[in-house]
Design a protein around this ligand. Sequence first.
Ligand code: SF4
Length: 192
Amino acid sequence: MPTSSTSTAEITTARCVELASVFHDPLLEEPLPASAPGAVRRRQMGLMSAAQTACRACPLIVDCLYRAVVEYDVAGYVAGTTPSQRAQIRHRLDVTVAPENFDTVAGISGRHHQVDHSEVVRLRNANPDESLEMLAQRLGCSLSTVKRHLRRERREPSVGMVTPTYPTVNEVLTVAAAVVGTPSAPSCSQAA
Ligand code: SF4
């Protein structure tokens, strides 16, 4: 997971942005039918290989994988995993998430939208060791907005808000390694 020293410049260097034509290719969206011709299968394998290489070299892979497993159900190839592999990881971790937009999870868009108070509190509880700067980046808002919501929560704790428990980053990485198999999954050392 990116640390508090992760810069905005690094955030914008997600390899999938540079390789949008690969990551957005429809062949990476869905499994091929059994009747798919060999040429199509070879093309899909080529795309998958290019995406896998890009994700392995991406500075955001640990955070990206965690979010794609725990926070968003995105389509396509993300963080070295296919949708089916992420579904298996969630199943093993007993995690349920709603469908989302790929660009948002990759940190490309979704900036400066209105921030929901409960979402700030939920993300803070889910990532207690994360810097407030990183939380603001996740939410696409300013640091002062995050601080304002957390001050409000300390002043007036949310009543009746059920805070679900989330797997840790290392739990996600361990299960991902088991599902995807090494070396496709990111190493746990990247979570430090
Ligand atoms: S790890 Fe995530 S952000 Fe990085 S290239 Fe892969 S899909 Fe994009």
